[in-house]
Write a protein that binds this ligand. Structure first.
Ligand SMILES: Cc1ncc(C[n+]2csc(CCOP(=O)(O)OP(=O)(O)O)c2C)c(N)n1
Length: 661
């Protein structure tokens, strides 16, 4: 090993900031920073393109710490290189309101590119970041190259055990994302045991089979800076995505080295002292960084300023030669919408239209005005109707294509979309059958936590998808999405509500799920269809209603049909369409009261899904019509009959309620 004493000191500075912060918090993971500090040092000092003074510089390289439990590694690096993370922030690791939460969080700490913690997701996010880079380079580079950055990811055994990273890596290999480089912290230890009890496959062979370039840095406990440097150079020179397996020792230098005891708990004061002594570091004071070492790191952090200045000159030349393109790029990077968007219109002449069909019409109408809208489905776009016609496929040789074929990889699709959103400059969309949201849920949850603008299209939204049966028929999924903070879920009743749902999603700054029917639904009339208000009166009685029927999606027309029967019996009926609980709850109380008056206690809610959550609208005196059991394989009309989702059934239930009142 040819590390210089200076290398050692700079690496140890990372190590002991992490060790001391974990010790002070009495919580956290010292093992990864101790073992992986040398690879992080090599990456940051010899490769990573960044300017600590401008964490948002668009052409910076992206670094994802997929092993988010090792968060002190990245926090130490951010402090050392001069990002707005102070020594006090490190001393407040994991404390209430600190900039240094337990796991890295996007939008919380400058320099954090994605939220990581749920293992495997970061690898898939990195694939998304690399797709965004390739798409942006393909779309905007001209004579001048203004988009040219790498995506680096540090992943551990846990990340590579998780299926989501396998799906994403398989796709990355297929797409030949040559600027994606994963540093694998190959320490053969996870949380509860050495990996010889769980994870003995040949990881490099697996990645080679995915179409990746793979290397092993086996010598010297992962501390050989020159060897890691050479591997990164070789990775950059190869046109495929790269995996560099670097054999490391978890908890390097500590008495717990090489054991899972170094993984998830502080070393303890005695062991901290021993580790410092073994690695030749002053035992006092805590959080010590020698002045010359800090000065060196700070100089490194500011070195990127010159690189950015040179890039800015290239950018200026590009901009003057490509004014329209520049206006577009600056707009999308700012997350602003174009001055006008051509929205389609729907009316009675369209007849009955499945909302998935209407959704496809909307997407294709707006795609030209919204070059930032990119995405695709998990091998289902003939069914989800989400293909953007005429905008090409994203693939090697055609990186500006806007349709991403995710293949049958829902887990990765969600996580890749999160990476694309985190990159900036894009509104990613995904699509699959609603039931398979279960395969995407961890990523949808992270989108919600990140509060990033993404659009999740789900079709085949109820038992009324019919013959495919209960394996494909969602029941509890709406309740799950509605329970998720920050996510807006919209289940439109017809083409007009679908249009309004998309308008909301495009204008909204956070994630939106749009849940659409497989089957045709009638056009419910020209109206305002105020989806952004969450709910509105669709049909009303001349006098105070005797009963209010509240429904979403395909059950809104059912409610209208039931209302006709009830009105024939002399009942005054109001029908409320409630496409989004979340939006409705955000409206002023007076508006909500005007739509669902508390004085009308006879209320029936109708949705072909679990009734969980509906009682708040039905109230103590109302009835929730739903499906609290699994579905069945049959044609939709037969299911409607068997599950009592006919106008007659609903009218009878409503009459029964009125009779009781
Ligand atoms: C999806 C998920 N499952 C479980 C965990 C809990 N967890 C955190 S770290 C870890 C072990 C990870 O092992 P490895 O990647 O080898 O990290 P190292 O022990 O080397 O730090 C586990 C199980 C998690 N964060 N995410």
């Amino acid at each position: 090993m040819s590390n210089t004493p200076d290398d050692q000191k700079r690496i140890n500075a990372i190590r002991f900031l992490a060790v001391d912060a974990v010790q002070k918090a009495n919580s956290g993971h010292p093992g990864l920073p101790l073992g992986a500090a040398a690879m992080a040092y090599t990456l940051f000092s010899r490769h990573l393109k960044f300017n600590a003074a401008d964490p948002h510089w668009t052409d910076r390289d992206r670094f994802v710490l997929s092993a988010g439990h090792g968060s002190m590694l990245i926090y130490a690096l951010l402090y050392l290189t001069g990002y707005p993370v102070s020594l006090d922030d490190l001393k407040n690791f994991r404390q209430l309101g600190s900039k240094t939460p337990g796991h890295p969080e996007l939008h919380h700490t400058e320099g954090i590119e994605v939220t990581t913690g749920p293992l495997g997701q970061g690898v898939a996010n990195a694939v998304g970041l690399a797709i965004a880079e390739a798409q942006m380079a393909g779309t905007y580079n001209r004579e001048q190259t203004i988009v040219d950055h790498y995506t680096y990811c540090l992943a551990g055994d846990g990340d590579l055990m998780e299926g989501v990273s396998a799906e994403a890596s398989s796709l990355a290999g297929h797409l030949a994302l040559g600027k994606l480089i994963v540093l694998y912290d190959d320490n053969k230890i996870s949380l509860a045991a050495p990996t010889d009890v769980t994870f003995t496959e040949d990881v490099c062979a697996r990645y080679a089979a995915y179409g990746w370039h793979t290397q092993e840095v086996a010598a010297d406990d992962g501390n050989d800076v020159a060897a890691i440097d050479a591997a990164i150079n070789a990775a950059k020179a190869d046109g495929r995505p790269s995996l560099i397996a670097i054999r490391t020792i978890i908890g390097f230098g500590s008495p717990k080295a090489g054991t899972f005891g170094a993984h998830g708990e502080p070393l303890g004061p005695d062991n901290v002292k021993k580790t410092k002594e073994r690695l030749d570091w002053p035992t006092e004071p805590d959080f010590y960084v020698p002045d010359d070492v800090l000065a060196w790191w700070r100089e490194l952090g500011s070195r990127g300023a010159a690189t950015q200045t040179a890039w800015s000159a290239t950018y200026a030349a590009w901009k003057s030669a490509n004014a329209d393109l520049a206006a577009q790029l600056e707009r999308v990077l700012a997350g602003k919408l174009p001055a006008s968007i051509t929205w389609p219109t729907f009316n009675a002449e369209n007849g009955s239209v499945a909302t998935r069909e209407a959704g496809g019409t909307v997407m294709n109408a707006i795609a030209k005005d919204l070059p930032e809208l990119i995405g695709g489905s998990a091998d289902l776009d003939p069914s989800t109707k989400t293909y953007l016609k005429g905008f090409g496929d994203f693939k090697p040789g055609n990186p500006s294509g806007r349709n991403i074929h995710f293949g049958v990889r829902e887990h990765a699709m969600g996580a890749i979309a999160n990476g694309i959103a985190a990159h900036g400059g894009y509104i990613p969309f995904t699509a699959t059958f609603f039931n398979f949201v279960d395969y995407m849920k961890p990523a949808v949850r992270l989108a919600a936590l990140n509060n990033t603008k993404e659009i999740f299209v789900f079709t085949h939204d109820s038992v009324f998808l019919g013959e495919d049966g209960p394996t494909h028929q969602p029941i509890e999924q709406l309740a799950m999405l509605r329970a998720m903070p920050n996510l807006t879920t919209i289940r439109p009743a017809d083409s007009l509500e679908t249009l309004e749902g998309w308008k909301f999603a495009i204008e909204h700054t956070g994630p939106t799920a749009i849940v659409l029917t497989r089957q045709k639904v009638p056009y419910l009339g020209d109206r305002k269809a105020d989806v952004s208000a969450g709910g509105y009166i669709l049909h009303d009685s001349a006098k105070t209603p005797d009963i209010v029927l509240i429904a979403t999606g395909s059950e809104v027309s059912l409610a209208l049909d039931a209302a006709k029967i009830l009105e024939g019996q002399g009942t005054a009926v109001r029908v409320v369409s409630l496409p989004s609980f979340e939006r409705f709850e955000k409206q002023p109380a007076a508006y909500r009261e005007s739509v669902i008056p508390s004085g009308v206690r006879a209320r029936v809610t109708i949705e072909a899904a679990a009734t969980f959550g509906w009682h708040r609208y039905a109230g103590d005196h109302g009835i929730t019509i739903g499906i609290d059991h699994f579905g069945t394989s049959a044609p939709a009309p037969a299911i409607a009959k068997a599950f009592h989702f006919t106008p007659e059934d609903v009218a009878e239930t409503a009459s029964g309620l009125l009779a009781k009142a």
